[in-house]
Design a protein around this ligand. Structure first.
Ligand SMILES: Cc1cc2nc3c(=O)[nH]c(=O)nc-3n(C[C@H](O)[C@H](O)[C@H](O)COP(=O)(O)OP(=O)(O)OC[C@H]3O[C@@H](n4cnc5c(N)ncnc54)[C@H](O)[C@@H]3O)c2cc1C
Length: 454
C-alpha cells in the first residue's frame, strides 16, 4: 500500500531514500532548508569532497546510480604519507588485492546526481527553502518557514523520516518527548576541529601532487589530509585542536598562520598560494559523535547523521548514512504489517552497527594521526597486504569496514580489533622483514582462528 512520506533534508541520505521509497511506490515530499545546490554557489568551508567506498556504492546501486557516481569520482589507490622532514612515502595501498580502493567524490556533485534522478519520479515533490522548525513525531507533522515566500507551512504525512543531518530538527522532536519515549541522547565533541583549504590545480588543470592517492601529513597531535578533485585541485583538511599550542585559537595573524605551516607543513606552502587568505576566510568546523535511541516512534524514523553522526576519520559517515537506506529497504522487502514493525526491526538491527562505526571512527583518528608512520603499524600493514594478496578470505579491519559491504560494521569492528591486537603483538616481538611463505601461513592460520571465534 502506498504511503505519503515526508522526508526532511535533501542531503545524501534523504535524497537516496526519497528515490528508493518512490521506487517502492510511495509518495514522497522531500523538504530541504537550503536552496537547490545545482543552482547555487557553495558556502566556503562545506566539506567539498568525500571518500566513497563499497557500502555507499552498494546503496547507490539500489537506484541505478553506482556507475554514474563512479564516473564523477577519482580512485584513491592508497595513502601517501608526507613526513615533517619533507619526504613522501611510496603509495601505501588500501588493500593487497586488485580493485580494492576508495573514491574521491564531490559532495555537491553526488548530491546533484541524486537530485537529478528525482525528476524521473512524479511521486517525489522536492521543496527547497523549506526550513523545518518543529516536528510532532507522534503525528508525523512538521511545521516551518518557506524561505522563498517567508510564509509558514504545516505538513502532515502518514510517515515522517528525519534525514536532516547532525543538528537534526526532527531529533529535537524526539528530545521534546523525553521520558514519554525514554529518549537517550549523547553528543561527544573532540577537542579537535577542522578547516578546509585548497591546493589549486596546476597548469592546464593538472594535479600538483599524486592524483590517485589520499595524502596525509601526520604530525602526532594534528594532521592534514588532501583528497583530489576532478578539476585538478585538492581539498585540504587540517585537523587541529582548538586550544593549546598549536591550536586554531592561537592561529590568528598572518605571521602565526605562516610560521605554523613553515614549521610543520613546509612542502605545502608553495602549493597553496592563497593559504593565509583561505585560512582566515574559511570557518573552523567542530567534530562530534551523536548517539541516540530509540530512533523511531510508530510514525517517525531518524536516519543518516540525524540518528548517528560520526567523526570523519574512517571516511564512513556518508557511506553509513547511505547504507541505512539499503538496510531499511531490505527490511521493507520482508513482509511487515506496519511501518512501526519495520522501524522496530530496522532500529534493533542497525543501532549496534552505527555505534560500531562511531567508535571505529574515533579510534581511527588516533591511528591516522599518531600511528600511520609508526614502524610497528607499517610492519602490520605490510603483513596485511601480503595476507590479502595470498588469501582471498583474509580481510584486515580497514578492509572489513571499507570493502566488505556484506559484513555489518559491528562484526567488522570485533573481528578487526582482535586481528589488530594479535598482529601488533606479533610485530612487536618478531622480525618482520622478509617473512617466509611458511611463516605467513602460520600468521594466517592464527588470524583465521581468531576470526572464527567472533
Ligand atoms: C570534514 C568532514 C569530512 C567528511 N568526510 C567523509 C568521507 O570522506 N566519507 C564519508 O563517508 N563521510 C564523510 N563525512 C561525513 C558525511 O559528510 C556525513 O556523514 C553525511 O553527509 C551524512 O549525510 P546525511 O544526508 O545524513 O546528512 P547531511 O549531509 O548533513 O544532509 C542533511 C540535509 O538536511 C538539510 N537540513 C538540515 N536541517 C534542516 C531543516 N531544519 N529543514 C530542512 N532541511 C534541513 C541540510 O541542509 C542537508 O541538506 C565527512 C564529514 C565531515 C564534517
Amino acid at each position: 500500500m502506498s504511503s505519503n512520506v515526508i522526508i526532511t533534508g535533501a542531503g545524501l541520505c534523504g535524497t537516496l531514500l526519497a528515490l528508493k521509497l518512490a521506487k517502492r511506490g510511495h509518495y514522497v515530499t522531500l523538504l530541504e532548508k537550503r536552496g537547490d545546490l545545482r543552482k547555487e554557489e557553495m558556502a566556503a568551508g562545506r566539506s567539498i569532497n568525500l571518500a566513497l567506498s563499497d557500502r555507499g556504492l552498494a546503496a547507490l546501486d539500489l537506484v541505478g546510480l553506482k556507475e554514474k557516481a563512479l564516473a564523477i569520482s577519482i580512485p584513491m589507490l592508497g595513502r601517501m604519507i608526507h613526513t615533517k622532514g619533507g619526504t613522501t612515502t611510496m603509495l601505501q595501498p588500501y588493500s593487497g588485492r586488485e580493485g580494492e580502493f576508495i573514491q574521491s567524490i564531490s559532495r555537491p556533485g553526488l548530491n546533484a546526481l541524486l537530485l537529478d534522478a528525482t525528476s524521473a519520479y512524479p511521486s517525489i515533490d522536492v521543496r527547497f527553502q523549506y526550513d523545518v522548525q518543529h516536528a510532532d513525531i507522534q503525528q508525523a507533522t512538521v511545521k516551518g518557514i518557506d524561505r522563498t515566500t517567508g510564509h509558514p507551512f504545516e505538513l502532515k504525512g502518514d510517515i515522517l523520516i528525519g534525514t536532516d543531518g547532525a543538528g537534526s530538527e526532527i531529533r529535537q522532536g524526539f528530545m521534546q518527548q523525553g521520558a514519554n519515549i525514554r529518549f537517550n541522547y549523547s553528543q561527544q565533541f573532540l577537542d579537535h576541529g577542522y578547516k578546509e583549504l585548497e591546493i589549486p590545480a596546476g597548469p592546464g588543470g593538472s594535479w600538483q601532487i599524486e592524483k590517485n592517492a589520499l595524502h596525509i601529513w601526520p604530525r602526532q597531535s594534528f594532521m592534514i589530509i588532501a583528497l583530489p578533485n576532478l578539476d585538478g585541485s585538492f581539498t585540504v583538511t587540517l585537523f587541529l585542536s582548538f586550544d593549546g599550542q598549536p591550536g586554531f585559537n592561537s592561529l590568528k595573524t598572518d605571521e602565526e598562520i605562516l610560521s605554523f605551516f613553515k614549521e610543520y607543513f613546509p612542502n605545502l606552502i608553495p602549493l597553496m598560494p592563497d593559504l593565509v587568505e583561505d585560512f582566515k576566510k574559511h570557518p573552523n568546523g567542530s567534530l562530534g559523535t551523536v548517539k541516540c535511541s530509540p530512533w523511531h516512534t510508530s510514525k517517525t524514523l531518524l536516519m543518516g547523521d540525524a540518528a548517528h553522526a560520526v567523526v570523519p576519520f574512517y571516511g564512513q559517515g556518508m557511506n553509513c548514512s547511505m547504507e541505512d537506506v539499503l538496510i531499511l529497504d531490505q527490511i521493507l522487502d520482508q513482509s511487515h504489517e506496519t511501518w512501526r514493525d519495520a522501524f522496530n526491526q530496522y532500529t534493533s538491527e542497525r543501532k549496534k552497527d552505527a555505534d560500531a562505526i562511531a567508535d571505529l571512527a574515533v579510534g581511527n583518528y588516533f591511528e591516522m594521526r599518531d600511528h600511520v608512520d609508526n614502524p610497528d603499524f607499517m610492519a602490520k600493514r605490510a603483513i596485511e597486504m601480503h595476507l590479502e594478496k595470498k588469501y582471498p578470505d583474509y580481510a584486515s579491519k580497514y578492509n572489513l569496514v571499507t570493502f566488505c559491504e556484506h559484513v555489518p560494521y559491528s562484526v567488522a569492528m570485533k573481528k578487526g580489533k582482535a586481528q589488530d591486537k594479535w598482529l601488533l603483538d606479533y610485530c612487536n616481538q618478531n622480525a618482520t622483514e622478509d617473512i617466509s611463505a611458511e611463516e605467513l601461513e602460520k600468521i594466517y592460520n592464527e588470524l583465521k582462528k581468531i576470526g572464527e571465534l567472533i
